[in-house]
Design a protein around this ligand. Sequence first.
Ligand SMILES: [Zn+2]
Ligand SMILES: [Zn+2]
Length: 330
Amino acid sequence: MTDESIHGTRDARGHYAPNRHLKIAPLYPPKLREVWAWLPSYFLPWNIIFAASAVVYWLWFIPPVEVMQTLAPGWILRLYVVNAIAVALFYGAFEARLYMSRAQEGRFKFNPRFPGDIKSKQFWFKSQNVENVLRTFLSGVTIWTLSAALMLWAYANTWGNWLSFHDAPVYLFMVALLVSFLHQAHFYAIHRLIHLPWLYKHVHSIHHKSVNPSPWSSLAMHPAEHVLYFASVFYHVILPSHPMIALYQLHKAGFGAIPGHIGFDKIEIGDDVTIDAHAYGHYLHHKYFEVNYGDGLVPFDKLFGTFHDGSPQADAAMRERLKTLRAAKA
Ligand SMILES: [Zn+2]
Ligand SMILES: [Zn+2]
């Protein structure tokens, strides 16, 4: 087991904060040495998994083009089942290890409490987990699947600018590299939008009920947020692209919602081996609401003054900013 105190500190209430402060990607402008050091974290561990899942889908689970030319319930339902099983396995693995068997107990957990231990009237059946699981499968996986089906239907009918890997390998590789940037820019834009008071109250507040997020919080959203969230796949119907990369875009949203909601800074995978969960930035969003709308890959938070790197200085700056905002509203 790894000693968490080497990497961070706990405050009087037992909340854990890592010592290292968050940074935006070193691309604005790019600094060669820093980009080189940062590059592995762009691919590992997450983006490789999401991209590989798209390849697996494309090779084994996406039906032939003739089938997809018609929006028929059969193949779409099968795709729902594949997505639901994949989500159950992927999300379930984090839930089972970190929250059910509690393999690393509370080590590296930001909030010392486990949502499963707490009953709260604001959730369906008084349970954060039960409501979040239901929202994930009822509307999350459903709207994910329908978004995929619409994209694949467009592809099968050659609506859009579809290219083959044979004809444009370098271009398509570049598009694949841009998937994460596109995801973050899209998410930042819709996320700012649904923080507008009316939309927050009626739509996004559902997601924010998980102040102490756990894996099943990832896709616990209002259906309208699911529609906006998964709409990133349609950039690939407009821009020249390939359906497998469009699937990667969807998987970046669907499976990629997990890292920000793991609730742990590091995942122990061996006696002294941990992997960085990349969870702290979005955890701070769930804790403080008005910071870190994106994750720093695209520098919008930095540009618009909403970046919180986890430091006491960023904390003070956030409080000052919110005070000014409140004063302006009063
Ligand atoms: Zn969230
Ligand atoms: Zn939010």
